[in-house]
Structures are given as structure tokens and as C-alpha cells.
Design a protein around this ligand. Structure first.
Ligand code: ZN
Ligand code: ZN
Length: 367
């Protein structure tokens, strides 16, 4: 889908939300709507689009945001955009309250109530972010390539890992190989959590040494063409001790049940329950302390969230999966002071089920 077509959809959504113009300041949204990748930007979507940024990006903005008028300003991009809208006679501006600081909104309102005094602001939530949840063919191709690179890196790191090696050495090797293979950066800080540290759901690689006997969880992702990959595998050093293999098998069964539940039209909380129910029946659900998965794309954590339904909760209400969404399925069991296991795939939602984008083995691996 072209940037122009995406802006058309955003403009239609803005109109439906009852605003004359949309102020887009969340950088992944800006990138998705016009291609600009700089670190300071505000895009106004209303009639002809206008991109506001600063002098560092004069050349880059023109090159990346073809067909969009670029305004270079020394002011904060959001403020410059609001001044422009006030001048242009915009009355009701929609803004993303989920990604706007209190200070930024104060600055915007000051402009709105200034000389022209007529620009008002309406929170329109994650309006553009929600459009991004469903990926188009180009995005799917890019994410398929990113996920495939992740799998290659995993298979390669297995031949490198040895007991006694620091977790950080494993992360360094993985990240160097990723960069050499063309990754722009990692999607997030690489997780290498070994031994008792595997019980930390987000155990970043430390100087801790890989054990002679015990688990090691690897959770990592690469960024290709701006899009993130995300996968987790848990491997074991030496022979399994009591409970370890049983826990691994239960997490794997939960993960596969989650994957099997994914299909367009299914509610996210039902996918969560498919995975969580397996762990409940195995008596392990009290140790599964997070949601089953999340959307992935230009950001490592996007919507929809695949979580338990919590009646009355304002955020994270169940959503219906649509074809083209790309989500993770990542149940885990974490027993403090003992060990933890997580297995995560990234999958593409289809009409009839899903395509696993990270198809490398989930079978028990003993190193
Ligand atoms: Zn992950
Ligand atoms: Zn994830």
C-alpha cells in the first residue's frame, strides 16, 4: 500500500472521529504515513499533508517523504505544526493522547488559544497505530524476511553456546552476526537468561555464566527495513532434572494450542485462554505471569494484545483478530529461584488460521 493510500485511510478515520485534521507525532506512525525516519517530526494529515521537522533533516525529509510538503522549523515539531494549523484555519485537531506528553499538550494548547484562538484538540487515541495493526503485502514480506533471519541466527548461536560462557558473550555474538547479516539493529535488548535467571521473564544478558545443567532462554529480534522480528527459544544444558522436562513440554503444548487458536475472526482473549488453559490443567498457570502475546511491526510491542479478558478494564479490551495482523504467541512458566521456560513464535493471521513466521524447531534441545 502506498503512503498516499495509508494517509487516505488515516484521513477517513480522523473524519469519522469528528476532527478536521490529524496531528501525528508518534514517530512509527509518521514513518508509516510518509516514510520519514528522522527522530523529530510531526505530520499534519488534512488535505495536503505537511511534515514538520528540524534543520538536521532537511535533505532526508525531502528524500524520504516524497509528495509531502516539508517545513523545517527550529521549534518543537508539534508546536510548529499547531502554529501552521492555526494559521490555516483548522478548528478541531485530533491528537494521539496515548503518545503525547502533558508538556507537549500544554504547548499545543497555548498555540491553539493564541492570536487566532480557535484551534482545539480532541484526543483520538491510537488512531494511526490501530491502522498499522493490519500489515500490507510489502510489510508482510519484510517481516517474513526479518523473522527468517531471526531463525537463522538462533540455529547459528546454538553451535556457539557453551557452559561457562557469559550470557553477554552469547548476546554479543548473536548481535554481531545479526548486524553482519544486514540487521539495522536489534528489536530490543537481547534476553539471555540462564540457570535461575531463566525465571526472570525479561532477564537481559548479564555477566552470569551459562550453567553445566539448566535452562537458557533466548529472546531476541532484528530490525530489517524498519520492521521488528521477535522470537524466544529455551534450550537446556545437560540432562533435565525433575520437573524441567515436564514444564518444558507443558509450555510447548500451551504455545502450540495458542498458535492453533489463531484465525481471523477469533477474539484475542480466546487465544490467551487456549494457551493459559493448557498451563492451568498442568497446574502451572500461577507461574504464567504475563499475557500470551502482542502485535509486532514497526514497533516491537504493538496491538493487539493477546491477554486475559478483564471485564471493566479500560485498556487492553479484547480485540478481534484480522487477516494480515502479525502477533506473537509466547506463553511462559517462571518459578522464582528455580527456572523458567518461554517459547515464542511470531505468526501471520490468515482467514483459515495462521502462518508461523519463525518456523525453527521448538523441540527439546539439549546442549
Ligand atoms: Zn520476544
Ligand atoms: Zn514478544
Amino acid at each position: 500500500m502506498s503512503f498516499k493510500a495509508r494517509r487516505k485511510r488515516a484521513a477517513a478515520a480522523a473524519k469519522a472521529a469528528g476532527v478536521d485534521a490529524l496531528l501525528v507525532t508518534h514517530l512509527p506512525d509518521v514513518r508509516w504515513l510518509c516514510g520519514f525516519t528522522g527522530s523529530n517530526a510531526a505530520l499534519v494529515v488534512a488535505g495536503r499533508p505537511v511534515l514538520f521537522t528540524d534543520g538536521r533533516y532537511t535533505e532526508q525529509a525531502k528524500a524520504e517523504a516524497a509528495g509531502v510538503r516539508v517545513v523545517i522549523s527550529a521549534k518543537a515539531a508539534g508546536v510548529a505544526a499547531c502554529e501552521w494549523m492555526a494559521e490555516a484555519g483548522v478548528r478541531r485537531c485530533g491528537f494521539d493522547d496515548g503518545n503525547t506528553t502533558v508538556a507537549a499538550l500544554t504547548g499545543m494548547k497555548k498555540v491553539g488559544s493564541g492570536k487566532t484562538g480557535r484551534l482545539t484538540f480532541k484526543p483520538v487515541g491510537w488512531l494511526v497505530a490501530k491502522l498499522r495493526w493490519v500489515k500490507d503485502a510489502d510489510e508482510i514480506a519484510t517481516m517474513r524476511a526479518a523473522a527468517a533471519l531471526g531463525c537463522e541466527l538462533f540455529e547459528r548461536i546454538l553451535t556457539f553456546m557453551q557452559p561457562g560462557m557469559a550470557e553477554s558473550a552469547v548476546a554479543a555474538e548473536l548481535e554481531q552476526a545479526a548486524r553482519l547479516a544486514g540487521a539495522e539493529r536489534m528489536s530490543f535488548e537481547t534476553i539471555v537468561a540462564s540457570g535461575v535467571r531463566s525465571a526472570l521473564p525479561h532477564g537481559r544478558a548479564t555477566s552470569a555464566k551459562l550453567p553445566r545443567r539448566g535452562f537458557c532462554t533466548l529472546d531476541f529480534g532484528v530490525v530489517l527495513g524498519g520492521y521488528c522480528s521477535d522470537m524466544t527459544r529455551t534450550v537446556h544444558f545437560g540432562r533435565a532434572q525433575t520437573g524441567e522436562r515436564k514444564t518444558y513440554d507443558a509450555v510447548l503444548e500451551a504455545q502450540e494450542a495458542g498458535v492453533a487458536a489463531v484465525r481471523a475472526g477469533v477474539v484475542t482473549s480466546d487465544v490467551d485462554e487456549a494457551a493459559r488453559g493448557v498451563l492451568r490443567r498442568a497446574g502451572l498457570d500461577q507461574w504464567f505471569t504475563h499475557s500470551t502475546g502482542h502485535g509486532v511491526g514497526l514497533e516491537i510491542h504493538e496491538g493487539p494484545r493477546l491477554a486475559k479478558s478483564r471485564p471493566g478494564a479500560r485498556e487492553g479490551a479484547p480485540e478481534t483478530l484480522k487477516s494480515g495482523m502479525i502477533v506473537t504467541i509466547e506463553p511462559g512458566v517462571y518459578m522464582p529461584g528455580k527456572f523458567g521456560v518461554r517459547i515464542e513464535d511470531t505468526v501471520l493471521v490468515t482467514r483459515t488460521g495462521c502462518e508461523i513466521l519463525t518456523p525453527c524447531t521448538k523441540a527439546w534441545i539439549e546442549l
